[in-house]
Design a protein around this ligand. Structure first.
Ligand code: G3P
Ligand code: MG
Length: 279
């Protein structure tokens, strides 16, 4: 019936939280994403110098924190060179208000109260992020990032599983990674935890679906077309796409059968899906 009415159905996944509306990979961004209608929030895992799991995307702290000002002699400010205690003193929110990276502040989409509240927002630990998610009716897509050379032997899968077990949130977490070996290990150890294989690390190379061994793939949207989405989906495999920000692309990929869209604009996708409901 939904099909007959032309309703689009797709899982709304907020890339690094609602990063067009709030500082990425913080709990305020995760909360904002849920407020505007995201089903899940996506985030990236990093490891501090003392082996603690945190949320962070870039290798360097420079773009999204005040590390340069606070620790001027620690260039290039790789987060892996800072202890959790040091990281926790950083302001991961003010840069967003100053830079307005998506122009949403200028467009009037971020209230003055919100802008004020973003100042001083900390880098979350993974533990905090999982507790935050557990306490809401919410889900998180945790991306396990490839670790830099000094951390090659860090037991990332082990540490993430220990935390998930301790906090008991199997149903509210999905784990994705470009490192498919980690996903195989995760699946072998905890088959009940949902996993998503990221593909399309390089924008220059075609998507490598491997032997389609996973039930769910997160593919780079610029490397896929409707035919591929349909072909893979018809085999019972979920195709999620990153990063889809334009409404026309949201419509196109949803209509082609994408299971989920990872977007910097969960508010835009939510409005589009809501419009479908009303039609
Ligand atoms: O999960 C999709 C996307 O997050 C992968 O790219 O660099 O934003 O983590 P990145
Ligand atoms: Mg990511």
């Amino acid at each position: 019936m939904d099909q007959e009415r032309g309703r689009l159905r797709v899982i709304n996944i907020a890339h690094r939280g609602a990063r067009s509306l709030a500082p990425e990979n913080t709990l305020v961004a995760a909360a904002k994403a849920q407020e505007v209608g995201a089903d899940l929030w996506e985030t990236d895992i990093g490891v501090s110098a003392d082996g603690q799991l945190i949320l962070f995307h870039d290798d360097s702290l420079a773009r999204t924190t005040d590390a340069q000002k606070r620790f001027p002699d620690r260039a290039p400010w790789y987060f892996t060179a800072f202890t959790l205690a040091e990281l926790r003193t950083l302001d991961a929110g003010s840069w967003f208000v100053n830079a307005d990276p998506f122009g949403e502040i200028a467009a009037g989409q971020v209230s003055l109260a919100e802008q004020e509240a973003y100042h001083g927002e900390p880098i979350p630990s993974l533990r905090e992020a999982l507790i935050f998610t557990r306490e809401r009716d919410y889900r998180v897509n945790v991306e396990l990032k490839q670790l830099p050379a000094p951390l090659q032997s860090f037991p990332l899968v082990e540490r993430v599983l220990t935390l998930i077990d301790e906090l008991g949130l199997t149903d509210q977490i999905v784990i994705s990674s470009f490192v498919h070996e980690w996903l195989r290990e995760l699946h072998a150890r905890r088959p009940q935890i949902k996993i998503q294989a990221l593909i399309g690390y390089s924008e220059q190379e075609p998507l490598d679906w491997g032997k389609l061994e996973f039930k769910s793939y997160n593919a780079r949207s610029t490397l896929i077309d409707e035919r591929q989405i349909r072909a893979v989906s018809q085999q019972g495999i979920a195709v999620n796409l990153f990063v889809v920000n334009e409404e026309s692309q949201m419509r196109r990929f949803s209509a082609a059968g994408a299971a989920g869209l990872i977007t910097d604009y969960p508010q835009r996708l939510a409005a589009l899906l809501h419009e479908g409901v009303k039609r």
